[in-house]
Ligand binder design. Structure first.
Ligand code: G4P
Length: 198
């Protein structure tokens, strides 16, 4: 998505060969106009999938997920990383290990909001090693619902999350695909590579 790539080039800060800081429009301050456009784009890419719910994980997944859900006119649910005071029973949980943060979180969703008939679209801000997406898929599986697709705002294609999700046979749509962050420079996956690769 051109608009997103331009924003990344203008405002993204390469912190290391593996980490891109985008706190001026995604991870801290958020750009609502761009979020709205991203929601439209995800909705367009998954329009034939009969999505009944959008699922994400707090906190940075919430904004693109709600915009997508608004466009598709379906509810959005966010998995919690910390137990809620009011949500104690009927919880579905999955473990998510973060390689970046070297910690394991238990993520939870209330059973009552997901049913076996649901066609679920998973949305997240970053795809690195794919652990968050796999944890969300595990939750959907436990309910017996179907993962209709996965939408990612920024995919770091040099890490192995994309491969893991492809191996699971799921349609993955990333709005920006980063081939490299080496030498302090953002390089996107080239169109030709995309056409030949997947
Ligand atoms: P994975 O789910 O794909 O395996 O990713 P990983 O465990 O490595 O990521 C842990 C957290 O770090 C996630 O956010 C993820 O979105 C974020 N992250 C991963 N790579 C980058 C990066 O290059 N840049 C930025 N800005 N974030 C990255 P989180 O801890 O869940 O944070 P939040 O959603 O509460 O903001």
């Amino acid at each position: 998505m051109k608009q997103l790539e331009e924003k990344i080039l203008a405002e993204g800060i390469v912190l290391s060969n593996t980490v891109l800081k985008v706190d001026s429009f995604i991870n801290h301050q958020m750009d609502p106009v761009l979020m709205k456009e991203m929601g439209k784009e995800f909705a367009r890419r998954f329009q034939h999938k009969k999505i009944t719910k959008v699922l994400t994980i707090e906190s940075s997944g919430i904004a693109p997920a709600i915009m997508t859900a608004l466009e598709l006119e379906v509810p959005m649910i966010f998995a919690r990383k910390r137990k809620s005071l009011t949500l104690r029973e009927g919880l579905i949980t999955a473990k998510v290990y973060s390689f970046t943060k070297k910690e394991e979180n238990e993520i939870t969703v209330a059973e009552k909001f997901v049913s076996p008939n649901d066609q679920i679209l998973i949305i997240d801000d970053f795809l690195a090693n794919g652990q968050a997406a796999l944890g969300l898929m595990e939750i959907v599986k436990q309910v017996g619902a179907k993962v209709a697709g996965i939408g990612i705002v920024i995919e770091k294609s040099f890490q192995d999350g994309r491969q893991r999700l492809n191996d699971a046979g799921i349609q993955v749509e990333s709005l920006a695909r980063i081939a490299s962050l080496e030498n302090g420079k953002v390089e996107f996956v080239k169109e030709e590579a995309l056409a030949g690769g997947m």
